[in-house]
Design a protein around this ligand. Sequence first.
Ligand SMILES: O=C(O)/C=C(\CC(=O)C(=O)O)C(=O)O
Length: 313
Amino acid sequence: MSQPTSGGFEKTPGWLDWYAGPSKPKFQLPANSVDAHCHVFGPGDRFPYAPERKYTPCDASREQLFALRNHLGFAKNVIVQATCHGADNRALLDALTHSGNRARGVVTVKRSVSDEELQAMHHAGVRGVRFNFVKRLVDFTPKDELMEIAARIAPLGWHVVIYFEAVDLPELWDFFTALPTTVVVDHMGRPDVSKPVDGPEFALFLKFMREHPNVWSKVSCPERLSLDGPPALDGERAPYRDVVPFARKVVETFPDRVLWGTDWPHPNLKGHMPDDGLLVDFIPHIAVTPELQRKLLVGNPNRLYWPEEIEGS
Ligand SMILES: O=C(O)/C=C(\CC(=O)C(=O)O)C(=O)O
């Protein structure tokens, strides 16, 4: 079924819509599990896509996200601002305020954001800002602007989410290691999984995490990182084998600093659109014991995004 893009927008040619009718996962998520990386897109007629965007997606509303959450068995979501909405966080904030305290957010802001706006975002459930360094997705923002934003959100107890590709880590190292907050890396810093897991490129990423205890990683997006699949489709029980050693290494080396998310609605995939139920079934391949699974899906995300519930318990 083709998904619409409302508001007079036209999807980027070749756009793959999110997968309607995902399977029910066989892996039963532990109680209070968090999908810690997902997005909402529009709908374009209510929340227009940003003029500076590099792609136009199909709509993916909060109602559809929350239906997927319930279908897969997650209790909560962390909604991350995607670049197609630029620094206009209204779709995300609308989703948070309609989540019944079951969603937190990570926004994109400019240095012109006011303290009052930051406070209002905090009240809505925002707990982080995202700095995106993937060149096909964003125009360059000067590092001094980003550092200024990091300094302003630090007193709110927020963290910084960073998105970059593995080859760019050396150049970004000094900036990342100077950030004054918890730092959460999207998708393990996008390793090139054709390279060895014990080779120098991934060793640098592991060193980044080992030497900086404030750095966390999402071990998400095997469907984005995999080079030879097979895709999580048509009941495939062992997808994305080439990503498993990388994600397992991070989960087992840093069990208290890893997060997992679906990345629904999976922007910019080219080859296939995964069945999100089968993506959940990927989790036990990378977190192989119940204890690792509980940390990845429950303990870590709740500590970062809902600490008040843990303190109050
Ligand atoms: O969904 C993701 O995490 C990855 C994205 C999209 C994105 O980050 C964005 O648009 O902000 C990608 O690699 O195209």
